[in-house]
Design a protein around this ligand. Structure first.
Ligand code: CA
Length: 229
């Protein structure tokens, strides 16, 4: 699944350059040009990582970072802060506020993409890898294959994306709306019960390999993936 990166940068030229390069690296990218817009975009769809400029109009980068860290739903979004050279004390404050890493302008795109990969790998193992494993389930993203306890499982494209997403956050409960946003995209109109249909198919396929249901239904809350071992 393509990691979704939100870039918050008010300098147009740099924002365009970041967009172009991250897109080329295979990320799905969205741009926000001030802090207020960044917070709104996060509410609409949770990014996998935020590249956040320090000096921003309306709400500063540091304030955006602080607000995101203060909310349970957004607390764990990885943030890489962009700072100008010479803001040494500010940089330290940046990390105090909860940024995961920072990078000093001017920087090379190679450096930034390396940092993004490193942060994603540290915070969300599985997101940046070709193959992820949880319990007895293994997904190969390149070959687009799934195995459970060594047995091949055939999934439709939507079930594949659902499983991939759930496997990135084992044990975490997602509402139908959150799954719709993450798997179908927030710009697509799909009824919430469509999620139930696809969860049902995924469950059936997984249980054919091993008769032990790994998907937990949490009444009125949603679904989570819990595999033993
Ligand atoms: Ca700026």
């Amino acid at each position: 699944m393509t990691p979704y990166v939100l870039v918050v940068e008010d300098e147009d030229a740099l924002a365009t350059l970041l967009h172009y390069n991250l897109d080329k690296e295979g990320y799905r990218v969205s741009l926000a040009s001030d802090g207020e817009e960044a917070l709104m975009q996060v509410d609409e769809q949770m990014p996998d990582l935020i590249v956040l400029d320090w000096m921003l109009p309306k709400v500063s980068g540091i304030e955006v970072c602080r607000r995101l860290r203060n909310r349970a739903e957004t607390r764990n979004i990885p943030i890489i802060m962009l700072t100008a050279r010479g803001e040494e004390s500010d940089r330290i404050r940046g990390l105090d506020t909860g940024a995961d890493d920072y990078i000093v302008k001017p920087f090379s795109m190679t450096e930034l993409t390396a940092r993004i990969r490193a942060v994603l790998r540290r915070i969300r193992p599985g997101l940046a890898d070709d193959r992820i494993r949880h319990g007895d389930i293994v997904i190969d993203r390149v070959a687009h294959r799934v195995k459970r306890a060594g047995k091949e499982i055939h999934l439709g494209p939507t079930e594949f994306r659902l499983l991939d997403y759930l496997m990135q956050h084992p044990g975490r409960v997602f509402s139908r709306e959150q799954l719709l946003d993450a798997v179908w995209g927030s710009d697509v109109y799909v009824e919430a019960r469509t999620v139930d249909v696809h969860i049902g198919r995924l469950r059936k396929a997984l249980n054919q390999a091993v008769d032990d249901d790994p998907i937990r239904t949490v009444r009125s809350a949603g679904y989570s993936l819990d595999v033993e071992g």
